[in-house]
Design a binder for this molecule. Structure first.
Ligand SMILES: [Zn+2]
Ligand SMILES: [Zn+2]
Length: 264
């Protein structure tokens, strides 16, 4: 019985899903629980509004959690778009709202979202390396997150530009990120959204999950990154198998920013 620790709703600028639909889908699948993690990308320029109306989100999700009490373990989290200059902003936000869980994700590098061609036009062959270096800068200078979301998110989008990706190819850039996560007591996310976004597996790829374990990492979270309820909990059994093969026998879910262990 899994919990899904990465899901979006209409509170995210790129989702129209009702929170209730996500909760009902979780019940249908027999999940133990879900953690809502709507987008909050502060100080970015985008066609999509990635700011989060935190007061409205908090109020709505708190009421929803009450409605499902005893039937589904609902937790309230957030997916923060990491940028090094936002340290103070994050500290203030997290002091005001006691989220259960915070995903830190790198969605913008140099003001550009790799989802769009402009990012690849600017960085060319260095597109992946630039992303990993920006990720290292964020995870090493910020402490506001529990788990690093979809570490190789960039690899979802570089295929059409002829960029090839493997852990080995970028090991020198990825290892420092993994070491920093471990030193800081941060989890690494296994994001099953990679399966449906051209990765043929989770983000990050299994070699990165294995390397994190090999370096001493013990905290892995599992999330579908579902923007629609049809994707909730998708491919979790396969993620479980991949994690077991990578050397994990348990994963974590967060409450009050503290990890709770669950068997794989
Ligand atoms: Zn994300
Ligand atoms: Zn997400």
């Amino acid at each position: 019985m899994y919990s899904d620790s990465h899901i979006h709703t209409r509170f995210s600028g790129d989702s129209e899903e009702l929170p209730e639909n996500q909760a009902e889908k979780a019940l249908m699948l027999g999940l133990e629980g879900i953690c809502f993690t709507d987008h909050l990308d502060h100080d970015v320029v985008s066609d999509v509004d990635f700011e989060l109306d935190v007061p409205a989100y908090w109020k709505y999700m708190t009421a929803l959690k009450e409605r499902y009490r005893g039937r589904l373990d609902i937790r309230i989290g957030v997916e923060l778009g990491l940028q090094t200059h936002l340290a103070e902003y994050f500290t203030g936000l997290l002091a005001e709202y006691p989220f259960d869980y915070v995903i830190g994700s790198v969605h913008f590098v140099g003001g550009l979202d790799p989802y769009y061609p402009e990012y690849f036009r600017r960085y060319g062959k260095g597109a992946y390396l630039t992303y990993f270096e920006a990720t290292y800068d964020c995870v090493s200078s910020l402490d506001c997150y529990d788990s690093l979301g979809h570490l190789d998110y960039i690899a979802r989008y570089g295929g059409p530009y002829g960029l090839e990706y493997s852990y080995e190819k970028y090991a020198d850039a990825i290892d420092p990120i993994l070491r920093r996560l471990i030193e800081g007591g941060h989890a690494l996310e296994c994001n099953s959204g990679g399966f449906s976004r051209g990765m043929g597996g989770p983000n990050p790829v299994s070699d990165v999950l294995r390397r994190y374990r090999e370096l001493g990492g013990e905290l892995v979270t599992i999330g579908s990154d579902a923007h629609r309820s049809s994707d909730l909990g998708a491919r979790f059994p396969e993620c479980g198998e991949i994690l077991c093969k990578a050397g994990f026998d348990r994963y974590v879910i967060y409450r009050d920013r503290k990890p709770e262990y669950r068997s794989l």
